[in-house]
Design a protein around this ligand. Structure first.
Ligand SMILES: CC(C)(COP(=O)(O)OP(=O)(O)OC[C@H]1O[C@@H](n2cnc3c(N)ncnc32)[C@H](O)[C@@H]1OP(=O)(O)O)[C@@H](O)C(=O)NCCC(=O)NCCS
Length: 157
């Protein structure tokens, strides 16, 4: 059985594990330095991790721009998927940033990424547009999704 999973703010020492997960999940992974710069130098950045016993299972983050949250990354280690880890992180991210006054959240997702699209739809995101051939490596369209905070989407359920 897994130890309890804790959702907490990401910190610089987490960057090593996070970039390891990036490499497992994305064709254009962000580097360790990119995450360190997010955590230390970008006042608009807000990142959370799911951690159990010192092991990072997943993370998600966004940039706060006025009353909008632009989600940059969401990922979970393959062996820990389908156990609600991404849902727990995203629920906390949406709740905590809504409490800061961020009422609109947006992201881009590969058109063919059915898992992620289903996750976002579960949290009240819907497709608002397409960016043709947005992804350079393994060329693919991006779907632009938005979620507007209101009573119905508040819990994410
Ligand atoms: C997308 C991702 C973050 C989901 O993480 P996860 O921890 O497995 O997600 P959860 O267990 O919280 O699942 C939440 C919901 O997402 C959807 N979902 C997740 N995996 C799915 C799958 N394989 N097939 C269909 N729906 C899926 C379901 O709606 C699920 O709810 P349910 O379990 O009640 O049916 C994970 O698959 C991942 O890291 N993928 C690679 C990175 C990536 O594509 N990130 C998104 C970039 S925009």
């Amino acid at each position: 059985m897994m130890e309890e999973i804790r959702i907490r703010k990401a910190q610089t020492p987490d960057a090593e594990q996070i970039c390891g997960i990036e490499k497992l999940c994305f064709s254009e992974p962000w580097s360790r330095e990119a995450f360190v710069s997010e955590f230390e130098e970008n006042p608009r950045a807000y990142y959370l991790v799911a951690e159990t016993g010192g092991k990072i299972l997943g993370y998600a983050g966004l940039w706060r721009i006025m009353d909008e949250g632009h989600i940059t990354n969401v990922a979970v280690i393959p062996e820990y998927r389908r156990r609600g880890v991404a849902s727990a992180i995203l629920a906390a991210l949406l709740k905590e940033t809504a409490e800061m006054g961020i009422m609109h959240h947006t992201l881009e997702v590969r058109a063919g990424n059915a898992e992620a699209r289903a996750l976002y739809e579960k949290f009240g995101f819907s497709v608002a547009g397409i960016r043709k051939q947005y992804y350079q490596k393994e060329k693919e369209d991006a779907m632009i999704m938005w979620r507007h905070h209101n009573e119905d989407t508040e819990t994410g359920a």
